[in-house]
Design a protein around this ligand. Structure first.
Ligand SMILES: Nc1ncnc2c1ncn2[C@@H]1O[C@H](COP(=O)(O)OP(=O)(O)O)[C@@H](O)[C@H]1O
Ligand SMILES: [Mg+2]
Length: 230
């Protein structure tokens, strides 16, 4: 579904990603792990086209998108949930959810979004600022489903959330996978990553240094955590 080959990304003179190769098959959940500054967010932004300069190849559903605009890439079904969640705090939950127009037959009707996250239905008229961190994360994930994304890019969805809420986000990701969607997520929380994902890429200084299975991540958790500095 997504195949990245020899991706280099730049902010001005700063050469951040240096020859990334990675692939995600349809229906998979794959994580990118790596310490702060490794280039995880930059990888997601490069896929969605939100980066000043990128070279190499990014093929999504058999189409080359390395030169496509963010708008074109979103319309093809890629949805980014940014690390800051991108919620408009003065708008209601409903307004935040429906701010993007549904595109294509894959768009989830509101009823289905509310089935996945019932709390959003209960609070749909409230201002988004009244939501807890976990509820805001749910709202941020709900938005691309409503818009019809089939490939989700999630940037540290568990960050800053209490364990019970992290479990709820994990269960939502499993339900999204069961619905046939594909997910690439950035994670530092290794137990969460192995719970939800099929496999993992370890990113170091803008390069993929290893591909890891769940059992490898679990076995090497201690040294990985030391490496990540979390
Ligand atoms: N807008 C930007 N302009 C210049 N440099 C940036 C920008 N965003 C990130 N960087 C740099 O790119 C590198 C990778 O950052 P990032 O992808 O955010 O890492 P991660 O998400 O793994 O913590 C870091 O060295 C960071 O300082
Ligand atoms: Mg980041």
């Amino acid at each position: 579904m997504l195949k990245i080959t020899n991706l280099d990304s730049f902010y001005g003179e700063s050469h951040v990603l240096q020859g990334i190769d990675l692939n995600v098959e349809a229906g998979e959940v794959v994580t990118l792990i790596g310490r702060n500054g490794a280039g995880k967010t930059t990888t997601l932004k490069s896929i969605i086209g939100d980066i000043p300069r990128r070279t190499g190849s990014i093929v999504f559903n058999n189409a080359e998108i390395i030169n496509a605009t963010s708008e074109q890439i979103c319309k093809m079904g890629v949805g980014l949930v940014p690390d800051d969640r991108g919620i408009f705090s003065t708008l209601s939950v409903y307004e935040n959810l429906t701010i993007g127009r549904p595109v294509g037959p894959q768009a989830w009707p509101l009823s289905r979004v509310y089935e996945l996250f019932p709390v959003l239905k209960d609070r749909n008229a409230q201002k988004a600022s009244s939501l807890s961190g976990g509820e805001q994360q749910m709202l941020a994930i709900a938005r691309p489903l409503y818009m019809g994304s089939t490939f989700l890019l999630l940037d540290e969805p568990s960050e800053g959330l209490a364990p019970v809420i992290i479990d709820a986000i994990g269960s939502a990701i499993q339900q999204i996978k069961a619905a046939g969607l594909t997910v690439l997520l950035v994670e530092q929380n290794l137990p969460f990553a192995t719970e939800v994902a099929d496999r993992h890429y370890l990113l170091e200084n803008g390069r993929i240094v290893r591909e890891m299975s769940n059992s490898e991540v679990a076995t090497e958790e201690e040294s990985l955590l030391a490496h990540l500095g979390v």
